[in-house]
Write a protein that binds this ligand. Structure first.
Ligand SMILES: Cc1cc2nc3c(=O)[nH]c(=O)nc-3n(C[C@H](O)[C@H](O)[C@H](O)COP(=O)(O)OP(=O)(O)OC[C@H]3O[C@@H](n4cnc5c(N)ncnc54)[C@H](O)[C@@H]3O)c2cc1C
Length: 442
């Protein structure tokens, strides 16, 4: 029997679960369809960091370390997290010679973590399980091992067909199926999106690392690539990442090189233990975001409509808003686009207008600058930059800081300056290369 739901949510990641949590509190009949069998098992690379105390797409989350409460200030909801966590205080960029630019004085900030933390690295699987338990207890029907392959609008509602031929019908659907969204593709939403390339990422967990300042989101520049590392929820454990746009590079081999051979950084990992069973990977399609994330009563949230990964907090925030707006549409019997203007206006204000029209970056400056250039440039930064875990803010802080140093760089290192100019001028050719290496999802 094909049961009709008020709302069918596709995808039980942070965005879909938050949408379910918001909508079930308003009394909606909800099904959530998820292709994974074991929903709280994380296969896809994610650092598991939640941004705290810093605005993320119009939402701020506070963490009460006494109770474990994650308070979403603007949506007004709270999740009680009971797993391990570690504090993060900002970004940190390491040059090949070991010099670094810190966004915030970690040693000082960690004296008052409640006030100064900008993120917590938590067990994402545990967070997902807590959210799942809550929505199931509230009456949401969960269908794991359910891969949605097509969607169509009929008189009776929006019908989703699954790989095993089961169908589900909802008055509204929330597409929360992540960055390479099948729903976006089959509904033709990608046709008008600009394509910026495809990355392939891999990550491992390690135990033990001799990094001098590890309480941040770290980027390490090497001759081969830029690698990153984030502390995990348990003390002394870390995620290390490799990522590439190129087809001729293999992220697993790149990571192996970084950990075992790279001249300065492999020293950090001499006594590290790789936790083999915790390897994760992912493919990320970079596109311009969907301009209007609604079609035929399907509302897109989280990474499914975004330009790249929106972040856990960003996705949860959009899921929450979507769940609330659909409940409002149903209670006012506006079962169409007229019912959800609040979501569309809010998406425009916090997501599309500030970030949506930006071209995607992701260029490797180490393809242009030498080791010595990077060491020299990093060495020029004598101050701690303002603490942040917001990548756009971090780029702006660097731009402002180095903007003041341009004359000095030109006088001291004209060759470095020339290479910096070539880097700046090659934006378009670099994009062309990325497009050739990538796979557009249409
Ligand atoms: C390398 C890497 C590191 C990251 N680290 C961080 C970090 O530390 N902090 C942070 O905030 N963000 C991080 N992110 C981003 C973060 O993981 C995402 O923004 C977030 O998970 C998006 O949530 P979502 O619910 O929109 O999508 P997802 O988490 O991708 O969830 C989508 C769900 O939909 C399911 N699904 C997909 N297709 C179907 C289908 N056809 N039928 C049924 N179900 C389907 C999937 O199985 C999945 O469970 C990282 C991303 C990457 C790539």
């Amino acid at each position: 029997m094909n049961v009709k739901y008020d709302l069918v949510i596709v995808g039980a990641g942070p965005a879909g679960l938050m949408a379910a949590s918001a909508a079930v509190k308003e009394g909606l009949k909800i099904a959530i369809l998820e292709r994974k069998k074991e929903i709280s098992k994380i296969h896809r690379s994610c650092g598991g960091v939640l941004n705290i105390n810093e605005d993320t797409f119009g939402e701020v989350v506070h963490f009460d370390q006494g109770t474990g409460d994650l308070k979403f200030v603007n949506s007004g909801t709270t999740i009680r997290y009971d797993g391990p966590y570690q504090d993060l205080f900002g970004f940190c960029l390491y040059a090949p010679g070991g010099g670094r630019i810190e966004f915030g004085d970690f040693a000082e900030l960690k004296k008052d973590p409640e006030k100064n933390r900008l993120g917590i690295a938590l067990k994402k699987g545990r967070l997902i399980q807590i959210m799942l338990d809550e929505i199931i207890a509230a009456g949401v029907e969960l269908f794991p091992n359910t891969n949605v392959v097509s969607v169509r609008k009929e008189q009776a509602g929006v019908v989703m067909e699954c790989e095993d031929k089961r169908t589900f019908t909802g008055t509204f659907v929330i597409a929360a199926d992540g960055i390479n969204s099948r729903l976006a593709r089959v509904m033709g939403m990608n046709k008008e999106r600009e394509f910026y390339g495809t990355t392939r990422d891999t990550s491992i967990e390690i135990k033990g690392c001799a990094c001098p300042a590890s309480e941040g989101f770290l980027f390490m520049t090497t001759k081969k690539s830029i690698f990153s590392m984030i502390p995990l929820a348990e003390e002394g454990y870390y995620h290390v990442y490799a990522s590439t746009f190129r087809r001729d590079e293999k992220p697993v081999e790149m990571l192996d090189y970084f950990l075992k051979e790279d001249p300065p950084f492999s020293q950090w990992y001499r006594d590290s233990e790789i936790i083999e069973q915790e390897r994760t990977a992912c493919v990320v399609t970079l596109m311009s975001p969907i301009k209007k994330p609604f079609k035929d009563n399907v509302l897109f949230v989280g990474d499914a409509c975004w330009r790249r990964e929106m972040s856990n907090v960003g996705s949860m925030n959009s899921g929450w808003k979507a769940g609330k707006c659909i409940a409002a549409a149903l209670s006012s019997s506006n079962e169409n686009e007229e019912g959800i203007p609040e979501y569309l206006d809010w998406y425009d204000k916090y997501y599309f207008i500030p970030w949506g029209v930006r071209k995607q970056g992701g260029r490797n400056f180490n393809e242009y600058l030498t080791y010595e250039d990077i060491d020299y440039l990093v060495g020029l930064c004598k101050d701690k930059l303002p603490p942040t875990l917001d990548i756009i803010k971090a780029v702006n802080f660097i731009g402002e800081y180095y903007g003041e140093l341009m004359t000095q760089i030109y006088e001291e290192r004209p060759d470095t300056m020339d290479r910096m100019m070539v880097f700046r001028e090659n934006m378009e050719p670099d994009l062309e290369k990325r497009l050739k290496w990538g796979f557009k999802l249409v």
